[in-house]
Write a protein that binds this ligand. Structure first.
Ligand code: HEM
Length: 149
């Protein structure tokens, strides 16, 4: 995306939403994406148990939160105000290979459900960037230990 200068946050939000809508990305699609992604996650033998341990049977609030998260990320709605880093730092079983699986399942879900090829790219770019920053916080960079909060 070209870097642009906006007169206001509202103008920026409207522009981001217009671009996303042009790719078919709506709140409805985000809801489908999140539901379908976590179905895959729960069925996965490697990362499913990590989620089951943290979330148990209490999935509706997690799914609702993740829909707010993705609407903030993809549509700039500002609907999510949580702190993913401390949440993930508590998940002591998670290793870098789990992130590879997470991203693979996310891509598979997009390939199956996305309204356009551009939407796949749009979500994957954002997921990869966030996965990268979570991993930096959790595992540090080689030779530099992560900062524990
Ligand atoms: C191996 C990879 C990952 C695992 C195993 C994992 C696991 C989890 C679990 C178990 C929770 C719920 C924690 C709880 O409620 O106690 C959670 C929350 C969350 N995850 Fe992940 N996650 C992973 C990667 C990601 C990635 C790549 C993203 C973003 C692109 C992400 C975004 C979030 C967000 C936004 C929350 C909610 C945080 C909050 O409470 O506000 N996660 N994750």
């Amino acid at each position: 995306m070209d870097r642009q200068y906006y007169a206001s946050a509202e103008e920026r939000r409207a522009e981001i939403q217009a671009q996303a809508h042009a790719m078919g990305i709506t709140e409805d699609y985000i809801s489908t994406l999140v539901d379908r992604f976590y179905e895959r996650v729960r069925a996965d033998e490697l990362i499913g148990p990590i989620f089951e341990q943290a979330i148990g049977d209490d999935w509706p609030p997690h799914l609702a939160k993740m829909k707010l998260f993705w609407s903030s990320v993809a549509l700039n709605t500002g609907a999510y105000s949580g702190k993913p880093v401390p949440t993930h730092l508590k998940l002591s079983r998670v290793q870098p290979r789990h992130f590879k699986v997470w991203l693979t399942l996310f891509r598979q879900t997009l390939e199956e459900t996305a309204p356009s090829r551009d939407a796949i790219k749009y979500f994957m770019e954002r997921a990869e960037r966030i996965a990268q920053s979570l991993q930096l916080a959790m595992f540090g960079v080689p030779g530099i230990p992560p900062k524990r909060v």
